[in-house]
Design a protein around this ligand. Structure first.
Ligand SMILES: Nc1ncnc2c1ncn2[C@@H]1O[C@H](COP(=O)(O)OP(=O)(O)OP(=O)(O)O)[C@@H](O)[C@H]1O
Length: 235
């Protein structure tokens, strides 16, 4: 039996939006993703994949049920604790890079470390530079996002997601806006991350070949886990 520790656990998680027309984004989801796993979340458009990822990333809270990260029940955390938890333990990569345009690549990667405040100025600079170098951006430290290609921007975004050495990396359609060469590059980077001890990568994707690289695929249909979902049925 596996001795792995759980990275993310959902216990009967439901997320509903109340309003004139209530919407159920995620319904009754029980889920466990272990440390070191590479998991892809797939399913038809509008099925609740991003909503699920937002709940995993503590960017949204369940209406009912519990989300545990590193075994800790996050419903007990207040706003400040949640912000600190997100900053130190979770890394996010979105389809759109969300880099700050007025900052250089290096400053964008340094920002989460500055906010966390655990490293000296020099150490932040050194770590940011090292991350950019690792992803083939050695000559681009001082460039603004607008001076970089789409693939380069996404690699900066991945470097930024790793800035505080989070244990869990959540990626929402990380290759959605990229050409095929950049897409392959970003996919390989994300897969390789799980070769580091204890790092977990969870990616929402419509890309069946990306999903085929994962240890496990989770299908989501109408806000529920569907074990019978197959990528070839992808809408
Ligand atoms: N704030 C909101 N208000 C109303 N409906 C919403 C809201 N956010 C999401 N939805 C709806 O909830 C459903 C799930 O959305 P979600 O973005 O999680 O799906 P998805 O599977 O990630 O979709 P896609 O593959 O198209 O990105 C969709 O039908 C969406 O339109």
């Amino acid at each position: 039996m596996s001795e792995r520790k759980p990275a993310i656990q959902f216990e009967r998680v439901t997320r509903r939006l109340e309003g004139e027309i209530p919407v159920t984004l995620v319904q009754d989801v029980d889920l466990r993703i272990d440390e070191g796993e590479f998991v892809c979340v797939m399913g038809p458009s509008g099925s609740g994949k991003s909503s699920l990822l937002y709940l995993m990333g503590l960017l949204d809270v369940p209406t009912t049920g519990k989300v545990l990260v590193d075994g800790l029940d996050t419903t007990s955390l207040d706003e400040d604790q949640l912000a600190d938890f997100r900053l130190s333990r979770l890394g996010y990569v979105f389809q759109f890079h969300f880099l700050l345009q007025e900052f250089s690549a290096l400053e964008n990667v340094a920002l989460p470390m500055r906010r966390l405040g655990r490293l000296s100025r020099e150490a932040v600079h050194e770590r940011a530079a090292g991350l950019l170098d690792r992803f083939g951006l050695g000559g681009h430290h001082d460039k603004r996002p607008s001076q970089l290609s789409g693939g380069q921007r996404q690699r900066v975004a991945i470097a930024r997601a790793l800035a505080n050495d989070p244990k869990v990396i959540l990626a929402d359609e990380p290759t959605g806006n990229l050409d095929s060469a950049s897409s392959t590059n970003v996919r390989d980077i994300l897969r390789d991350l799980t070769r580091e001890p204890g790092k977990t990568v969870i990616a929402v994707t419509h890309d069946a070949s990306f999903a085929s690289m994962a240890d496990r695929r989770i299908g989501i249909v109408d806000g529920r886990i569907d074990m019978n979902w197959r990528p070839e049925r992808q809408a």
